[in-house]
Structure formats: structure tokens, C-alpha cells
Design a protein around this ligand. Structure first.
Ligand code: ATP
Length: 198
């Protein structure tokens, strides 16, 4: 199977993530996309980051009716800090028949050359990048060596989505509503527990 791994804090998962996962799966003919929830890093305490199980629950609720999307808590059980290369190596050993690629937003491509063992990631895996800014801006901001790499592909002709989890958290903290920015089961999960409220 061709599996796209979409790593994120998903704090909370929003419709942007779902649209991206779905677009990428169709464009790259992926059989599945796994939404890999990044756990708390004990060395980097971030007060706005909800507990791992709450973020995982929301991912599960958001994708409950999609055969294409799967929630993964694989990094919860791996040594910390979580390096993408270690998770990839672990998955490839566990599922040797499957081919894993990475799906990332263009904001993450800007810092990709600082990821631990990024060259090794690119040697064995394809990286599909979803633009988060207009295409011509991407060319200016990203290291030309990365842009030319045969295993990096910036997807074209997709809508630019001005949605972010930080914006959603800010809205909720102000007591505003987040309908349509997150799916209904996620909105319900957040409302029932009063998550992200001040
Ligand atoms: P935050 O606002 O808290 O930083 P986020 O909305 O960027 O969160 P993450 O969980 O950090 O969400 O993102 C997971 C992945 O999804 C990252 O690779 C990020 O670049 C990508 N992503 C999230 N939202 C968008 C978007 N609107 N357009 C393109 N990529 C996105």
C-alpha cells in the first residue's frame, strides 16, 4: 500500500487538515493517509498543547466515517523526543510491504533542513508539500536545493487554506464559535469539555 503520513499536533484537528489529506491522497494516488498525532515533548512544555489522548480522540472523531484516513498514536509509544526519521524507520520495519511518504505544509518545508537526519528521510521517502502561501512566494522562501530535490513535490492547483489551529484556539479562548472550521463531532467534543476556554 502507498501510505501518506501526515504528522501534526492537531491541537485541534481542523477542516484544513482534512482537505489537505484528501487532496494529497487523490493527487498522489495514496491508498491511505495516517494522521500521526505528535505527543507532548517533555523537554518543551507548551501550555496551549492539550493532552495527547484528547487530541487523538478529536482526530478519531473527525475521521470516523472516512475509509481513507486513519488516526495514529504510534509516536506515543516511541522514545522521546520523537524524530520523524525514527518513526519512519520503525514503521518501515513493522510494515515492510508498504511505501511511506510524508505530507507537510509549506511552512514546515522552510525548516525541513533543520530536521534530524533530513537527508536520510529524503533518500528513502517522498515528501509532498501542500502550499500554505501563494506559489511564487514559496519559490522565494525555500532553499533552492530542496525545491529541486527529486523526492520533494509541491502540489499544484490546490486551494490555499487560511485555516490554522492557533486561530481556532484564539477564537475559542474569546468564547467565539468555531463551526465549519472543525467538523461537527470535533466541535461537540470541544464544547462538552470546555476545551481551549480561558
Ligand atoms: P498551529 O496553528 O497550532 O501551529 P496548524 O494548524 O499548523 O497548527 P499542525 O497540527 O501544526 O496544524 O499541522 C500539521 C501539518 O498540517 C503541518 O505540516 C502544517 O504545515 C499543515 N497545515 C496545517 N494547516 C494548514 C493549512 N491551512 N495549509 C497548509 N498546510 C497546513
Amino acid at each position: 500500500m502507498k501510505i501518506g503520513l501526515f504528522f501534526g499536533t492537531f491541537n485541534p484537528i481542523h477542516v484544513g487538515h482534512l482537505i489537505i489529506a484528501n487532496h494529497m491522497a487523490q493527487l498522489q494516488q495514496l491508498d491511505q493517509v495516517w494522521l500521526v498525532v505528535t505527543p507532548h515533548n517533555p523537554h518543551k512544555e507548551k501550555s496551549t498543547l492539550l493532552a495527547d489522548h484528547l487530541r487523538l480522540d478529536m482526530v478519531r472523531d473527525a475521521i470516523y466515517d472516512s475509509p481513507l484516513l486513519k488516526a495514529s498514536d504510534i509516536e506515543f509509544h516511541l522514545p522521546k523526543p520523537n524524530y520523524t526519521i525514527s518513526t519512519l524507520t520503525h514503521l518501515q520495519e513493522k510494515y515492510p510491504q508498504d511505501e511511506f511518504s510524508l505530507l507537510i505544509g509549506a511552512d514546515n518545508l522552510r525548516t525541513f533542513h533543520k530536521w534530524y537526519n533530513w537527508e536520510q528521510i529524503l533518500a528513502y521517502h517522498r515528501l509532498f508539500v501542500y502550499p500554505r502561501i501563494a506559489e511564487d512566494e514559496i519559490d522565494h522562501e525555500i532553499n533552492p536545493e530542496l525545491l529541486a530535490h527529486p523526492n520533494i513535490e509541491i502540489v499544484k492547483d490546490v486551494p490555499i487554506l487560511g485555516i490554522s489551529a492557533s486561530h481556532i484556539r484564539a477564537r475559542l479562548a474569546e468564547g467565539k464559535d468555531c463551526s465549519f472550521l472543525v467538523t461537527e463531532p470535533v466541535a461537540k467534543y470541544i464544547a462538552e469539555r470546555g476545551l481551549y476556554q480561558k
